[in-house]
Ligand binder design. Structure first.
Ligand code: 5GP
Length: 204
């Protein structure tokens, strides 16, 4: 039986650069992951292609997909639906290929429940850990602003709980290298490779 592919979920707070990192990863020639094109009800932006960037759907079409259980996860984000087609993900993984999702945190949470064997990577804003120190020592913000910024940073940090790995997005190329390293290591986990070796021993 062919080894199953990985379900790689890249997520993280809004504005952290998930889309930029994903685009960089898929512009690299040696990237072997299959990108799962999401469904959305938002209108295409200039240059976006249906079926490549997203499958653009009406609200009615999207809601019918929800009813038919055709989505692995979905979430409403800034007034629009976004969701991952479940059939594509299943088929690709069953064919031994790695699927890559780039989604917001609510959707990632849903997948964590349904598909805990996925590989969950949290893309973190750079210098998050230093944010509080910087704000306090800089002394230019009012207390209120500092408190709001720190509260937002803490909420973002708390989201990490659901993830297996944290990749800081200080530089896009570095973030991509880290993601590739994580995926490579995941493939080399004993649980994933031991069946092959057991078979080898049976033959000898
Ligand atoms: P945008 O409208 O800028 O393309 O995407 C908005 C947000 O939706 C981004 O954070 C992106 O990661 C997220 N997103 C894209 N596709 C999906 C999806 O299939 N499911 C979920 N939950 N979020 C998605």
């Amino acid at each position: 039986m062919r080894e199953k592919g990985l379900l790689i979920v890249l997520s993280g707070p809004s504005g952290v650069g998930k889309g930029t990192v994903r685009k960089e990863l898929f512009s690299q020639e040696n990237t072997a992951y299959e990108y799962s094109v999401s469904m959305t009800t938002r209108l295409p932006r200039e240059g976006e292609v249906d079926g490549k960037d997203y499958f653009f759907k009406s609200r009615e079409e999207f809601e019918s997909l929800i009813e038919q259980d055709k989505l692995l996860e979905y979430a409403e984000y800034v007034g629009n639906y976004y969701g991952t087609p479940v059939d594509y993900v299943r088929e690709t993984i069953n064919n031994g290929k790695d699927v890559f999702l780039e989604i917001e945190v609510e959707g990632a949470k849903q997948i964590r429940d349904k598909f805990p064997e996925g590989l969950f990577i949290f893309l973190a804003p750079p210098s998050l850990s230093e944010l509080q120190n910087r704000l306090v020592t800089r002394g230019t913000e009012t207390d209120d602003v500092i408190q709001n910024r720190v509260a937002a940073a803490k909420r973002e940090l708390e989201m990490m709980n659901l993830y297996d790995y944290v990749v800081e997005n200080d530089k896009v190329e570095l973030a991509c290298e880290r993601i590739n390293a994580i995926v490579m290591a995941e493939h080399l986990k004993r649980e994933r490779v031991e069946a092959r070796y057991k078979k080898m021993l049976e033959v000898e």
